[in-house]
Design a protein around this ligand. Structure first.
Ligand code: SF4
Length: 342
């Protein structure tokens, strides 16, 4: 988990310091877990990939430390900060076979800078779009929707038209991709709950962005993309007395922060999900805690029925939109925080 130049207001992994990540740190982590893993895949980031100056060496190191049949993948993520500054970066990405890089907008320049938590973020995105296209990589645009940003989505549409992104992507032989969604209501994103998108906002999404979004998610209606109203989910969950063991069903995908604290990727890298510290507890104890639902959040989910979570933390009147699983995770995180405060 090296670092990130941004402090996005929707950030589900939360804001943390940007620690220095050395080669020996990565080797230590990989070797600690290797005896317990049939296959191991190592990444040096879960925030902005390639933000560190030694990104090429780190990529090679992650490949070396991963099992030969499970090497790290690239996905659609890359460092926008670096694309705008490092002339060697886009050609390097192209050489790895990257087709798309995702860029995140929240509306116009001021709003995008504000929600990304960094002045100049929007200008970096504009530069990144040109650099990517010059190198035969397509920009994939995502825009986050909430009560504030929905008012400015027309500016995202205008930008796509002004920069002729459909045509320019076509000229490099890659279809243009774009989508809007609300993100997940956890980590820093939970603070956006007061301005969370509601069903009344969906009609404000410009037609063209809605069309791209349906194509991207292969859905028939924009409502299907954004999920259901909280009040509807509340009515369903208030009758639900099930619990779930997350640790016994989830694959072991772990976040390890700069201080070697370990959390599972089924939750947010924060206190309620903490499994232990790799330096002081060791891998075996951490994996036992994962499997045995011992992190506080896993324990709550395994022992407290959904109806209790929603009764204590849900809003039966709210028209905010959530996918079912995202809503359960939001309830779980709120419940854990309330318990910790009591
Ligand atoms: S959302 Fe991604 S880019 Fe933004 S602060 Fe979090 S990790 Fe960084």
């Amino acid at each position: 988990m090296l670092g990130c130049p941004n402090r996005c207001r929707h950030c589900f992994v939360g804001w943390r310091p940007n620690p220095k990540l050395t080669e020996s740190d990565l080797r230590f982590v990989a070797e600690a877990f290797r005896p317990y893993a049939k296959t191991l895949t190592v990444y040096d980031w879960n925030r902005e990939p390639d933000f560190g100056g030694d990104y090429k060496e780190k990529w090679e190191l992650c490949k070396e430390l991963s099992s030969p049949d499970r090497p790290p993948e690239r996905f659609e993520l890359a460092s926008v900060w670096r694309l705008a500054r490092d002339g060697e970066y886009a050609p390097w990405l192209k050489g790895l076979g990257v087709k798309y890089v995702q860029l995140t907008l929240f509306g116009g320049e001021e709003l995008t800078d504000s929600f990304t938590g960094r002045r100049g973020a929007y200008q970096d995105i504009l530069k990144a779009i040109d650099v990517l296209l010059e190198n035969g990589i397509a920009p994939r645009i995502q825009a986050f929707v909430n009560k504030q940003t929905v008012q400015e989505l027309y500016k995202v549409e205008e930008l796509i038209d002004r920069l002729e992104l459909e045509k320019r992507c076509e000229s490099i032989g890659i279809p243009f991709a774009c989508f809007v969604h609300q993100g997940s209501c956890d980590g820093e994103g939970e603070k956006l709950y007061p301005i969370w998108v509601t069903s009344d906002d969906l009609e404000k999404i410009p037609d063209k962005l809605a069309k791209y979004t349906l194509k991207h998610f292969n859905k028939r209606t924009i409502q299907e993309v954004f999920g259901r109203e909280e009040r509807e989910l509340y009515r369903e969950l208030i009758e639900d007395d099930t619990t779930e063991s997350l640790g016994s069903t989830a694959p072991a995908v772990l976040y390890i922060d700069g201080e070697f604290n370990v959390t599972p990727n089924i939750g947010v890298p924060s206190e309620p999900w903490l499994l232990g510290n790799l330096k002081t507890d060791g891998a075996e104890k951490i994996l036992d805690r994962l499997k045995g639902d011992k992190s506080p959040a896993q324990y709550v989910r395994a022992t407290v029925p959904l109806k209790e979570l929603v009764r204590d933390c849900g809003d039966p009147e709210s028209k905010r939109l959530f996918g079912r699983e995202d809503y359960i995770e939001y309830l779980l995180n709120r419940y854990c925080r309330r318990e910790a405060q009591e």
